[in-house]
Design a protein around this ligand. Structure first.
Ligand SMILES: *Cc1c(COP(=O)(O)O)cnc(C)c1O
Length: 247
């Protein structure tokens, strides 16, 4: 299904209204939440149409698809300051592709990747803003630091805290907060403990590492974003509710 511009406009407006409503219900300002429209699998034409409808931030989960799409969108919208977010796993040998393209990399999922990005960014003379991805569900299919049960497990905390200690010394990358994907659940409410847990983890890290910026919490997708907002999400990553089913 490829949406026409009017359908896309309506879907974007509906999502923005839901974000605003969730913010109001939580006593938060709607400006406190950035909407990242996840355009993976969708053509550059649809990104351009969403930009025309006022959407500024877009997310891609595969470095190669992103590189192509960013170039194609740039050709369609010369000079437009489209803001791209990398939200998917970055294989070591693809790391170079994320330089100079993204306002934020949500998916730094290991110290090894952080070190690699640090080295590449330094060589390129740039600084990458990054989020640390947390595997809050314990699912083997997900990337990120294993933090399911971190409040009960001193071992899990030690591992993460030690990695952050090393991370904070890396030049070329700037930590901005945490990201997670909630498990797929029948009811959005069931994802609430995951989101609340990520917020508490962020607060604990901020207390231990006050010299880093922990302000951003990237959590919430099509099926669960109102709950994520009520638990403090500052960035929601929404694909299907905006662009329809993935192609
Ligand atoms: C695809 C994807 C999303 C968006 O998912 P929807 O369910 O389509 O909203 C968000 N975050 C990540 C990391 C993704 O890969």
């Amino acid at each position: 299904m490829i949406l026409n511009a009017q359908e896309l406009n309506e879907r974007l407006r509906f999502v923005r209204e839901q974000i605003a409503a969730a913010c109001r219900a939580a006593g938060r300002s709607p400006d406190a939440v950035t909407l990242v429209a996840v355009s993976k699998t969708h053509p550059p034409e649809l990104v351009a149409a969403a930009w025309q409808a006022g959407q500024t931030d877009f997310g891609e989960n595969r470095p190669e698809e992103a590189v192509e799409k960013i170039a194609a969108v740039r050709a369609k919208l010369p000079g437009a300051p489209v803001r791209w977010h990398m939200i998917g796993h970055i294989q070591s040998r693809k790391a170079r592709l994320v330089l100079s393209r993204f306002v934020l990399i949500h998916s730094v999922d290991s110290l090894r990747l952080a070190s690699k990005l640090s080295r590449l960014a330094q060589e390129a003379g740039e600084t990458l803003d990054v989020l640390l991805e947390m595997n809050t569900s314990g699912e083997a299919s997900k990337y990120g630091w294993q933090v399911a049960g971190w409040e009960e497990s001193a071992t899990l905390r030690q591992t993460l805290w030690e990695d952050v200690r090393q991370l904070q010394a890396l030049p070329g990358i700037r930590v901005r907060g945490l990201m997670t994907m909630a498990p797929i659940v029948a009811e959005a409410e069931q994802a609430r403990p995951t989101f609340a847990g990520l917020r508490r983890l962020r607060d604990a890290l901020a207390e231990s590492f006050p010299q880093l910026d922990w302000s951003q919490l990237s959590m919430g997708m099509t099926d669960d974003f109102p709950v994520a907002i009520s638990e403090g999400a500052t960035i929601v990553r929404i694909g299907r509710a905006i662009f329809g089913p993935r192609l």
